[in-house]
Design a protein around this ligand. Structure first.
Ligand code: PLP
Length: 441
């Protein structure tokens, strides 16, 4: 009785196993058999299936953002293709591939105050955003940031408004003329005149300007719409009255000629990284009084700039710089992606234009790029396309009949024979655009 109680207790501990009742030799026999069968089975599987780690299996299942784009979307040949706006959706696939690393999570109680740093001249500027702006300019080498104030704005659009305010004064006898060389960015006249300000007014093409010697010139370089790298046309009575809009001075669009050193320079994440919806731009400003007046404008206009957006923009800029500062980490590289895609698109567009015989495009010489350290082509964000022959009477109308929305040259201070076409749309739209103009041959 005592012996059997002892065995039962052990059985209980082993989870009622019968193994404990078998002889040691029998147990060894079954264990060995089990091992041999397992090895044989695994060997068979190995011959017939590829061997993947769980991580590889996950990667194999994933398709890249670029592939997803191509796979999922086919465009109805009768649909309207909208290439009127410069909506930079072509960058979506890059950021899809970046995945979780670009995700920003903001707890509900974070950044509730109006203030980012009350003691800073630009009190609504998030310090980390400012750090990443300086870092990216250092990495790319496209602008000097030392001894400059960084002013953040709701896109560079708000910064253009703020700069016009900052460069003028209520003591002005009459509104100061604002000019830009044609073809100029079509929003400049609208931004300048929208509120019928008593401080400034739009005065058109800088090349045709004969007005007062106190004027403000906006220099867009590379230029929207034609991609030209530009210098000021005129010398104002006040040489500080120049606004350098450098939204497209990034390596995916143009060879880098080195860091710019202007009094006022504007940039935007919209065109640098494609995050137009984040609505973040920044100004690099030398003069503290001008910077202070810009801050005053933004205070009156929107009491600062979304911190959530600045934090998101900071993360995005950080990842772009990481790609180049730490190449060994193998992170995707934005400017390489952008250049590759733009090179492909421009090559296909030029080919289609040549075959059609109905249009022409500006040519750009190759230049040494200080960023890539090699000879590089120019791939503007817009095609400034000219319709030849009869179509030149109304180039926008010609494309309208192909159900392609473009923006007429008349909005840019040029003639109706020109249209501006966005090169930054999603692959599927761009492919359909090329298909339609190729059909004109
Ligand atoms: C030359 C230029 N400046 C400024 C802007 C405005 O950009 P944001 O989206 O930062 O307001 C654009 C947008 O297309 C632009 O092309």
């Amino acid at each position: 009785m005592a012996k059997s109680r002892k065995v039962n207790a052990k059985q209980g501990k082993m989870g009622q196993s019968n193994v404990y009742n078998l002889g040691t030799n029998t147990v060894l026999f079954f264990l060995t058999l089990n091992l041999v069968l397992t090895v044989l089975l695994m060997g068979g599987l190995y011959k017939h299936a590829s061997w993947t780690t769980p991580k590889q299996r996950r990667t194999n299942r994933e398709i890249t953002g670029e592939q997803m784009e191509k796979k999922a979307i086919t465009i109805d040949p009768n649909s309207i293709i909208n290439l009127d706006h410069g909506d930079p959706t072509m960058f979506e696939s890059f950021w899809k591939d970046m995945g979780e690393k670009a995700t920003v999570v903001i707890p509900g109680w974070h950044m509730m105050s109006y203030f980012s740093n009350a003691s800073n001249l630009c009190w609504f500027l998030e310090p980390e955003f400012a750090n990443q702006v300086r870092r990216l300019h250092r990495t790319v080498g496209n602008a000097l940031t030392d001894d400059r104030h960084i002013i953040v704005g709701v896109g560079s659009t708000q910064l253009i408004h703020a700069t016009l305010y900052a460069l003028t004064s209520v003591e002005e006898r009459q509104p100061v003329d604002v000019i830009s060389a044609a073809p100029f960015y079509s929003m400049y006249p609208g931004i300048t005149n929208f509120l019928k300000s008593g401080l400034f007014k739009w005065a058109g093409d800088a090349k045709a300007y004969t007005g007062d010697s106190n004027f403000i010139e906006i220099i867009c370089s590379p230029n929207n719409p034609d991609g030209e790298l530009r210098n000021p046309i005129l010398v104002s009575q006040n040489p500080g009255n120049q606004i350098h809009d450098m939204a497209y001075y990034w390596p995916q669009y143009t060879p880098m000629r080195g860091p710019v050193d202007h009094d006022i320079t504007l940039f935007t994440v919209s065109k640098a990284t494609g995050h137009a919806g984040t609505r973040i731009g920044w100004a690099l400003v030398k003069d503290a009084d001008v910077a202070r007046r810009m801050v005053k404008f933004i205070e009156m206009n929107s009491i600062g700039v979304s911190k959530d957006s600045q934090v998101r923009a900071a993360k995005i800029l950080e990842l772009v710089s990481d790609g180049y500062e730490f190449p060994d980490l193998g992170k995707p590289r934005l400017f390489d992606f952008g250049r590759r895609l733009m090179a492909d698109r421009w090559q296909r567009l030029r080919q289609a234009v040549e075959v059609s015989g109905k249009f022409s495009l500006p040519d750009f010489p190759s230049e040494f790029c200080e960023f890539t350290k090699e000879l590089a082509e120019t791939y503007p964000a817009f095609a400034w396309l000219r319709c030849e022959g009869d179509a030149g009477e109304d180039c926008e109308g010609f494309f309208g009949r192909l159900k392609i929305l473009t923006r007429s040259g008349t909005h840019f201070g040029a003639g109706p024979e020109y249209v501006r076409i966005s090169m930054l749309d999603r692959d599927a739209n761009f492919d359909e655009f090329i298909r339609r103009i190729s059909s004109q041959a």
